[in-house]
Write a new protein. Structure first.
Length: 513
């Protein structure tokens, strides 16, 4: 991964945690050894902490099968096997060839464990156990899985027992989250020293289960150089709360530009989310044909009807909006805008003319294809919030290329556009040129609902209007949006409006109220 300007700096947001790639993990181990902490002691501590986590999470377990790899991850597994055996569990260990791990430390702990390692035979699979431990490859694995390791992973995935992965599920790339076809699906991942980037990016995020970070003896004053930072709802503490003596303009006034026939709800959702996230005033500038629909949906949202063309944003609307823009602190452009040919030039002209922070989403991104580099010439910061399909269109690449390399795609789009990029999806990424990316730690399937992106747009705009720098505003917004999804509490039936209504609770929780 490319070096970034603030990897060794303090956390960019309150509560941010370092996410290490494979190189960062190796560097931490090397630093510990440089300070006189033997690698064997690091392995022993890793195995002990993992065994304690297993005993705590699965107190009823009476047996465990440990799948052992040829390297140091296998050595960690042999320490786990010994400690679980000492705790009274029936232990069976298997490797691809019936041999213990081949590294010096792995051989040492295997000899000391007293646990026999059998050969994994896919034609005579091990008997079921209460817990399966994946200690096959860890952070060193890249690419496809070869036989018989792929068969070991398939066997683990077929078991009714929970699977506990050590450091990283086998088959998941520590740097990118990419997963091999037979990657282990863990119920719990015990990762060592610091959180791991591949556990927080899709698809690895979905294979890791619960993630527990345990210390292994790396000195506390060692300064990691994260590949990224993980953020949660505490990031909202970077957004100033409303002051007692302030008014609605001091709290942040936002202009939402969007809406069209059949899509008035998107503009209304974005405007509502602005208010729920703390903006003091929101005006929706929408085509005259849908102005009444937007006004009737939320009484607190003021509406400006655009008359240049009845059904969509048109070039004749721009001068009027620019003339009225002086009272606003930020603008959100795109929700429900539609894809009429006239709207593209109007949107681009509007962004170029407004000297205020902007967030562009949805159909606004449609109209930026081929023009995204123009955002870097704006006089004020810009945030764009594409999902994978929109990012693919902006870059002119297949959707699969985005899914396979989300971090690289977000970074390239930030470089090309000069904007802060919010690449939405499981483990939403915030990328800004010259800075380490931010990765959203919370978030679940409840956000996979129509209008969820419009809500996020409103939150970003509200935070920008409070004067927060674009990268910080975007990082806080994605975390609050994700937490609001969880707090909405309606599972698969969660609607975007439910997420918007849960925003105040998410903000209060993040601030510790």
């Amino acid at each position: 991964m490319n070096d970034t300007a603030d990897r060794a700096d303090p956390p960019p947001l309150e509560g941010a945690v370092p996410l290490l790639d494979a190189a960062g993990k190796r560097a931490a181990d090397a630093e510990a050894q440089r300070r006189g902490i033997a690698s064997l002691l690091l392995m022993e501590r890793a195995g002990v902490e993992a065994a304690l986590a297993i005993l705590e999470c699965y107190p009823g377990a009476r047996s465990a099968t440990v799948l052992v790899g040829p390297g140091n991850n296998g050595g960690d597994g042999m320490v786990v096997a010994r400690r679980l055996h000492e705790a009274g569990l029936d232990i069976r260990a298997f490797s691809r060839d019936g041999e213990p791990p081949g590294t010096p430390d792995g051989l040492t702990v295997s000899t000391a464990s007293g646990v026999h390692v059998g050969r994994f035979d896919p034609r005579a699979t091990p008997a079921p156990a209460d817990v399966v431990v994946d200690a096959i490859l860890g952070t060193g694995q890249t690419g496809d899985l070869r036989a018989p390791i792929d068969a070991m992973c398939r066997w683990a995935n077929d078991q009714p027992a929970p699977v506990v992965a050590l450091d990283l599920p086998t088959g998941v790339n520590a740097d990118t989250g990419a997963a091999a076809a037979d990657a282990v699906r863990a119920s719990l991942t015990v990762t060592f020293h610091a959180d791991t980037l591949g556990l927080r990016l899709a698809p690895g995020r979905g294979l890791a289960g619960d993630v527990r970070v345990v210390p292994i003896g790396v000195p506390r004053d060692h300064r990691d150089r994260p590949a990224a930072w993980g953020v949660d709802s505490r990031a909202v503490r970077a957004v100033p709360p409303k002051g007692e003596g302030g008014d609605k303009y001091a709290a942040g006034a936002v202009l939402v530009v969007g809406g069209s026939r059949g899509m008035s709800g998107a503009a209304r959702l974005a405007a509502t989310a602005c208010l729920r996230a703390g903006a003091g005033l929101v005006t929706a500038a929408v085509p005259a044909d849908v102005a009444d629909l937007v006004a009737g949906g939320r009484a607190e949202v003021m509406v400006d009807a655009l008359h240049a063309h009845g059904g969509h944003l048109a070039p004749g609307d721009v001068a009027d909006m620019v003339a009225r823009a002086g009272r606003f602190a930020a603008v959100a452009v795109g929700p429900g805008m539609g894809r009429h040919d006239d709207s593209g030039p109007a949107l681009r002209d509007l962004l170029a003319s407004l000297d205020m922070p902007a967030v562009v989403d949805a159909d606004g991104l449609w109209h930026l294809v081929g023009h995204v580099d123009g955002l870097g010439r704006r006089s004020a910061p810009t945030v764009i919030t594409p999902h994978a399909g929109e990012a693919a269109r902006l870059l002119g690449v297949p959707r699969g290329d985005v899914d396979a390399a989300r971090l690289d795609v977000a970074a390239e789009l930030a470089r090309l556009s000069g904007a802060t990029v919010v690449l939405k999806g499981p483990g939403t990424i915030v990328a800004a040129e010259g800075h380490a990316p931010l990765v959203c730690l919370p978030g679940g399937p409840e956000l996979a609902t129509a209008g969820s992106g419009d809500v996020l747009t409103g939150v970003v705009a509200a935070f920008l209007a409070r004067g927060v720098p674009a990268r910080v505003a975007a990082g806080a917004a994605v975390a609050i949006h994700a937490r609001a999804g969880a707090l909405a509490g309606r599972g698969d039936g969660t609607l975007a409006g439910d997420v918007a209504d849960a925003l105040p609770a998410a903000v209060a929780e993040g601030r510790g109220a």
